[in-house]
Design a protein around this ligand. Structure first.
Ligand SMILES: [Zn+2]
Length: 336
């Protein structure tokens, strides 16, 4: 196959940042996509309806300016002491999810809970309001490779105490978490990134460190990658695409300490097409990127399409002032 037309995809996990960088990142991330879900770990964090609305309006203005037809969905951050009122206000302001970042788990996550009981009132409110909980599922105090595994018991704790809460586990990175999501009730889903489907820890560390691939959760083993691929191509409605595209300025990715975050917005569909093709599953790409996520979130979906063609292109070292994943490499697929 040299050409593939799919329904316009959705990306249910993106970081657009703030300030001068917001415009370029937004354009790159939103173009060709029908929906994007914007994460709230800004500074200050999105913890009030006012901030949520202001951030939404700033992004929307950029889309209008560039004539990009993409729906943006917003998230707010669950922090201890936030209170019931702020949760309800954020939901009323249109937030699709409340995001749980364990304290210290990733970029700008110092203010998160150390245990779900730190935000029990907020979680109860979210459940009662039929909101959706999104989780960065890593235990910050565990060794790097075990952070995700060690957080599974915390998810079980939440599942038990909030029996009606719908939950998305973000950026699955291990075979064990794939199994866990499969075993949990239908109200639990998981997003999978393009970079966790394409790369392993060896791409990050062997033959010199490739800091573009340094992200949280850290890339794992080939065994884990295979399990993620099986989930992504399976057509199981619990697994859908969220890129976790997380740009940092080019220079910051080249000096110590290197911040976590993989900028995949410019390459995410190329990477996905390669992986799906290698696994004889190009026919499942549309379900993973364009159907499963909107169905799970209950979002209407239009009848717009994009076409990918097989035409090699070399990824530059710098895109939008950031250091993209697959820099310097030749990818096989591109969007027409
Ligand atoms: Zn993220």
């Amino acid at each position: 196959m040299t050409e593939l037309t799919i329904k316009q995809p959705s990306d249910f996990h993106v970081h657009l940042r703030q300030g001068d960088e917001l415009e370029a990142y937004t354009v790159q991330t939103a173009k060709h996509f029908e929906n994007i879900l914007v994460m709230p770990n800004t500074k200050p964090p999105i913890t009030t309806a006012e901030r949520l609305t202001a951030y939404h309006n700033a992004i929307q203005a950029i889309l209008v300016k560039h004539a990009i037809d993409c729906r943006i969905f917003m998230a707010f951050k669950l922090v201890p002491g936030m209170g019931e009122r702020a949760v309800l206000d954020c939901i009323r302001a249109g937030a699709l999810i409340g995001k749980y970042y364990p304290s210290g788990s990733t970029t700008n996550a110092e203010d998160g809970p150390t245990h779900p009981s730190d935000i029990k009132e907020e979680l109860r409110t979210l459940e009662q309001a039929q909101g959706i909980l999104s989780i960065h599922a890593e235990s910050p105090t565990s060794p790097e490779f075990l952070k995700e595994r060690d957080f599974l018991s915390t998810i079980e704790y939440i599942l038990e105490r909030y029996p009606k809460l719908r939950i998305v586990i973000e950026h699955l990175s291990t075979a064990g978490t794939v199994d866990a999501v499969l075993g949990w009730p239908d109200r639990v889903a998981g997003t999978i990134t393009a970079h966790h489907l394409r790369y392993t820890v060896d791409d990050l560390l062997t033959d010199g460190i490739d800091s573009s691939l340094y992200c949280k959760p850290i890339l794992k083993t080939e065994h884990d990658r295979k399990a993620l691929i099986s989930a992504a191509i399976s057509g199981n409605p619990k697994f859908f695409f969220g890129s976790d595209s997380a740009p940092h300025p080019f220079e910051k990715k080249h000096i110590f300490p290197v911040p976590a975050g993989a900028y995949t917005a410019p390459v995410r569909l190329s990477l996905l097409a390669e992986v799906f093709e290698e696994n004889d599953a190009l026919h499942m790409l549309e379900y993973f990127t364009s159907t499963a996520g909107t169905a799970w979130y209950g979002i209407s979906s239009s009848n717009s399409y994009i076409t990918l063609i097989k035409k090699p292109w070399k990824v530059p070292d710098c895109i939008d002032g950031a250091f993209p994943v697959a820099h310097g490499r030749t990818l096989q697929w591109q969007i027409v």
